[in-house]
Design a binder for this molecule. Structure first.
Ligand code: LMR
Ligand code: MN
Length: 428
């Protein structure tokens, strides 16, 4: 019996070597057939199932094929489930499987596999990290928090866990605990913590507790590390070499025609906004937690270059005009929306996500006093007047009038972007 085992084993190794030889000669499809044959003879071998999974995985990448990736994921599963699967193969198969599931956008399944990994290989910190990050991706911050806390218990100077736990606490408005964690994580020198978003969250945490000077120190540090373009221009999705300044004249931005169209039709646009405002519940609350006090709502007509057909049916004349402005209609890094702000609103200083767009405001209903600060420049709106600013620069809004303020926000591609840049950029 034991002799038989030995011969079988070496036969398997020989076959595996042959398959590897085929891969080396770039005969990968033949190698795949070879693995299928070997599996028929040795259906319980984790080693061959793992080899097949890796081959499929590589092929999926090479050929950008989801079917191959599906096959790879299935093979990893079979390898991990093989009887007497060696622990190192078990761990590697599950880890890669979870990673591929996440890549595929299948977060829930990826989480299941990471859970299995963490349970079976409790010493595997990398899996704990990945599990926690998956929980963050699906918005289960509390679950994620649990694992980051665990990681910090076993290693209090784990920079990765520090910035992530800091991020979660900041999202809970627990700024006092978020600040030292974000700071320690950034200072840890851990490569994964040297990212603009952590400087962004640290600066914002200081701002929220009223330590404005500290927040600018953090932003200046972010500038010196190359994360921000300047103290005030702190967007994170940027294209280099685009001119950046707080305000643009429509002519200077080559949007004089667009401005003229909007201004000469402003009353029509205003009337559509007012009609929408007269029915309850159409406008939606601003969702990014930028509002300090008050009431600020929006009604979106276009986002990421897509027309919201249902909403546009309720503002047809406005959308008719926007449809004649391709740089706005097709701005995949912006939106077109009505914005209503009620008295007593203060919007925290904040930056838009990208320097690839400019933001136009058309004044529709403008009581006073209302103010917009962009960098060091503060101005107000006027009814029927269109102005353009760069919302990648820090901006802040105060509404201290006694009735609502209404504007149309019109994002436009940055004029320095070429047509091919615009086509290439991902939507935001
Ligand atoms: C912003 O773009 O953040 C604000 O200016 C929008 C608004 O309604 O004032
Ligand atoms: Mn803004």
């Amino acid at each position: 019996e034991s002799k038989k085992q030995v011969t079988k084993k070496s036969a398997l190794d020989t076959l595996l070597e042959e398959a590897e030889g085929l891969i080396q000669k770039n005969k990968k499809d033949q190698a795949l057939y070879k693995y299928e044959d070997i599996i028929k003879r040795f259906p319980d071998s984790a080693k061959v199932l793992m080899a097949k999974a890796k081959l499929l995985d590589g092929l999926a990448e090479e050929r950008r094929s989801n079917d191959l990736l599906d096959g790879a994921i299935l093979s990893y599963r079979q390898a991990a489930d093989a009887p007497n699967c060696p622990r190192d193969i078990h761990r590697a198969a599950l880890a890669r499987m979870a990673d591929r599931l996440s890549f595929f956008g299948k977060s829930a399944k990826s989480i299941q596999v990471y859970q299995e990994l963490v349970k079976e290989h409790p010493d595997d910190n990398e899996s704990k990290k990945n599990l926690a990050v998956q929980y963050l991706i699906v918005g289960k911050n509390n679950r994620a928090k649990h694992y980051f806390e665990q990681m910090l218990e076993s290693n209090p100077t784990d920079g990765f866990a520090q910035v992530h736990l800091g991020f979660i606490l900041k999202a809970e408005a627990n700024y006092l605990e978020a600040i030292p964690l974000l700071r320690a994580g950034i200072n840890s020198g851990d490569r994964e913590t040297n990212e603009g978003k952590y400087f962004f969250h640290l600066g914002e945490s200081y701002l929220r507790i009223g330590q404005v000077d500290e927040s600018y120190k953090v932003y200046d540090e972010g500038v010196s590390r190359g994360h921000f373009r300047s103290r005030y221009q702190r967007s994170l999705y940027n294209v280099d070499l685009l001119r950046g300044k707080e305000f643009w004249t429509p002519k200077g931005a080559r949007y004089a025609d667009a401005a003229k169209k909007l201004e000469s039709n402003w009353e029509t646009i205003r009337d559509e906004a007012l009609a929408l405002l007269s029915s309850d519940g159409l406008f939606q609350k601003e969702e990014e937690k930028l509002q300090d006090t008050g009431d600020w709502k929006q009604f979106t007509l276009y986002a990421k270059g897509n027309k919201n057909q249902a909403n546009c049916q309720q503002a047809p004349r406005t959308c008719e005009i926007i449809d004649t402005i391709p740089e706005s209609r097709g701005c995949r890094r912006g939106q077109v929306k009505f914005s209503v702000m009620h008295p007593g609103t203060h919007v925290w200083p904040h930056c838009g996500p990208t320097n690839c767009r400019l933001r136009g405001h058309l004044g529709l209903v403008i009581p006073q006093p209302v103010r917009l600060r962009v960098g060091n420049i503060t101005r107000t709106w006027e009814e029927g007047k269109f102005f353009i600013f760069d919302d990648s620069f820090e901006h802040e809004v105060w509404q201290e009038a006694d009735r609502m303020r209404v504007i149309l926000i019109v994002d436009l591609w940055h004029p320095d972007l070429t047509e091919s840049d615009r086509n290439r950029l991902t939507a935001i």
